[in-house]
Design a protein around this ligand. Structure first.
Ligand code: CP
Ligand code: NVA
Length: 307
C-alpha cells in the first residue's frame, strides 16, 4: 500500500489555507514566467500520468501542456484503451502506475475510486474531477477571483443550479477561505449533507434571492457527466434556474460571473451573461493551467524559493 506520508489533492479540504496561499503565490509567479516566454523547467525527467474515465477538454489540456511547460512529460490513459476498462482493480492500477511515474491525475466516477487508487499509490494523486469533487477547478476559480477582485475572504458567492461536484468543492473552499455561499438548487436536487462539513452557507428556494448582493455568481451544467440518462427530467426540474441578466441584476454591481465550462447557453446560463462584461469564464479556463502547474510543483518539490 501507499505511504500515508504522501501528500495528495483528492478534495479541496486536503490543503490548509497556508498551503493554498503558497500555491496561489506560486501560480502568480508561474503565470508571469509563462506570459514572458521564460523557460522554467523544474521538473525535467518527471512524468505525470493522467487517467481519464470521463471526457475532458480543459483538464487534459491544462495538465498535459502544464507538465510539458515545466520540463516534464505527461502520459494520457483512458478507460477504453487501458486495462481499467477490462476490469483491472483500481488498487492494482495505483500500485503499477505509481511505480513508473512521479505524479498522477485521475478523473473518475465515485470519490471512493480515487481514494482507493491513492491508498495504493507511491506518488501524489490529484483529483481531476469525481462525481463528488472538482478541487482543481475551484482553486483556479479562487485564483481568478483574486486577480479580478482581490481576496475572497468575507465575500458572498451565489451557487445556482445543481448540487454537484463543483458545489461540494465550493462548500469546502468556503470553510478554508472564510467566505459565504448562497445556494439555490431545485426541489429533488438537494445538497447531500454527508458531503458538507461547513456552516458557511444559506439555502434559498428562490434562485433570484440567492443572487442578492453576491460578489460572484456561479453555475454549472444541469446534467453532469455520468448522469446523462436523467437529462430530460432535469431540464424540467431546473426550469427557472437559468442565470440571466435579471438574476445578475440582483447581485452586487461589481459581481463576476463564473462557470467551469462546458456551458449550455439558454439552459443554465443566458448568452447575455456568459458572453457579457461580468463574465470571467475564459480566465477561469486559462488559470487551470497556471494553478495546476503550481500545484504539481508544490506536490513534487514542496515549498521552494524562486522568483
Ligand atoms: N472544467 C473542466 O474541468 O472542463 P473539462 O471537462 O473540459 O476538463
Ligand atoms: N459538473 C460537471 C463539471 C464538468 C467540468 C460534470 O461533472 O460533468
Amino acid at each position: 500500500p501507499g505511504s500515508k506520508a504522501i501528500k495528495h489533492f483528492l478534495q479541496f479540504s486536503d490543503f490548509s489555507l497556508d498551503e493554498f496561499e503558497y500555491v496561489i503565490e506560486r501560480a502568480k509567479v508561474i503565470k508571469r514566467k509563462f506570459k514572458a516566454y521564460e523557460v522554467y523547467h523544474p521538473l525535467v525527467d518527471r512524468t505525470l500520468v493522467m487517467v481519464f474515465e470521463k471526457s475532458s477538454t480543459r483538464t487534459r489540456l491544462s495538465f498535459e501542456a502544464g507538465m510539458h511547460q515545466l520540463g516534464g512529460a505527461a502520459i494520457y490513459l483512458n478507460t477504453r484503451d487501458s486495462q481499467l476498462g477490462r476490469g483491472e482493480p483500481v488498487e492494482d492500477a495505483g500500485q503499477v502506475m505509481s511505480r513508473m511515474c512521479d505524479i498522477i491525475m485521475v478523473r473518475t466516477f465515485g470519490q471512493e475510486i480515487i481514494e482507493r487508487f491513492a491508498a495504493n499509490s507511491r506518488v501524489p494523486v490529484i483529483n481531476g474531477l469525481t462525481n463528488e469533487h472538482h478541487p482543481c477547478q475551484v482553486l483556479a476559480d479562487i485564483f481568478t477571483f483574486y486577480e479580478h477582485r482581490g481576496p475572497i475572504a468575507g465575500k458572498t458567492v451565489a451557487w445556482i443550479g445543481d448540487a454537484n461536484n463543483m458545489l461540494y468543492s465550493w462548500l469546502q473552499a468556503a470553510e478554508v477561505f472564510g467566505f459565504h455561499l448562497n445556494v439555490s438548487t431545485p426541489k429533488g436536487y438537494d445538497i447531500d449533507p454527508s458531503l458538507v462539513s461547513t456552516q458557511r452557507y444559506t439555502f434559498f428556494d428562490n434562485p433570484s434571492d440567492a443572487c442578492e448582493g453576491a460578489h460572484l455568481v456561479n453555475t454549472d451544467v444541469w446534467t453532469s457527466m455520468g448522469y446523462e440518462k436523467e437529462n430530460a427530467e432535469r431540464l424540467k426540474a431546473f426550469d427557472g434556474f437559468i442565470v440571466d441578466a435579471a438574476k445578475m441584476g440582483r447581485a452586487s454591481p461589481d459581481a463576476v460571473f463564473m462557470h467551469c465550462l462546458p456551458a449550455h447557453r439558454g439552459e443554465e446560463v443566458a448568452a447575455e451573461v456568459i458572453d457579457g462584461p461580468q463574465s470571467v469564464v475564459w480566465d477561469e479556463a486559462e488559470n487551470r493551467l497556471h494553478v495546476q502547474k503550481a500545484l504539481i510543483e508544490y506536490l513534487l518539490l514542496g515549498k521552494i524559493q524562486d522568483n
